[in-house]
Design a protein around this ligand. Sequence first.
Ligand code: ZN
Length: 359
Amino acid sequence: MTCSANEIWMKRCFELARRGAGAVSPNPLVGAVLVHGNRVIAEGWHERWGGPHAEVNCFRAVAPSDEKFVPESVLYCNLEPCSHHGKTPPCAELVAKKGVKKVVIANKDPNPLVSGRGIERIRNAGIQVEAGVLADEGLFLNRYFFTGITEKRPYIILKWAQSSDGFLGRPGERTAVSGQAALRLAHRWRSESDAILVGAVTAATDNPSLDTRFWFGKNPLRVLLDGGGSVPLATRLLSDDRETLVFGPERSGVADCKRFTGTNTHTPVQEILDVLYSENKWILYVEGGAGVLQQFIRSGYWDEIRILESTIILGGGVKAPPLPEGAASLSEFMVGPDQVKIFFRQSVYDQGYSNVSIS
Ligand SMILES: [Zn+2]
């Protein structure tokens, strides 16, 4: 397949944007490339939440000797430059002031505060704007962000590891299913999310720390569903020095870093999502166990399913959840001896995401 120049530079924007994964949410992943003729004169990306936007970092990276080329250059950016005063001044103003020749973007910003106004501001400065280049890939890259803006809830990734005969583990005991490479991948996925959720049975049986020790990056907020208040206080989630948000009754004898919602029944998924969204947790990673995964599937609240399937045969135990109706396969690949299978909700898939790949 041959790519147009627009596509080549837009793909570069996506690559740069991805470097912010795990550090910018609930902001979108954005990369920017400034091209003069056939030469890149600067690049930038949104590196962390609250930090400068991609366009700002890109213009800052222009060498003094290249400044004179800026008015003849094309700015590529996967998302429409912002038009509102947030943590930083609007990028559309900056682009207009720099007076580039043309701006090429993949997606309009769905944020009601921007939504076309960034493009308008730039056009009003007499700069040509071309939108929609590799729009599907752009949507896919920022599927968390677009879901958060349009559906006002976190993007939900269900993840589980299963044996080759379809079991999560043996009941009542911690069962190692995945290999080391798969474990590292799972920790990378954790580091790219904002919150990791498990149920009471998993907390009590596996006593997980839900951290990212096999990868670098941040540790997301840990969320425990314990409506019965039955998880032993000695488990890591309730006894270590890291924050845990518990959907369950208040417990005494725990550190201040543990928060309880005070509800003493099972919390509906919708309510969990509302609380997390209000705390700016826009990427939710649900790790189990079987009951909790089923609860999300039954409620219809899931966007993506990631399965790590090992070669181990357990011959019995806790069955992995059946794939929900409407789960479309996006990709399959090997990591060490384990197979990774990624599925999407069909409606998400229909938006053109089938053209893109994940790793
Ligand atoms: Zn901006």
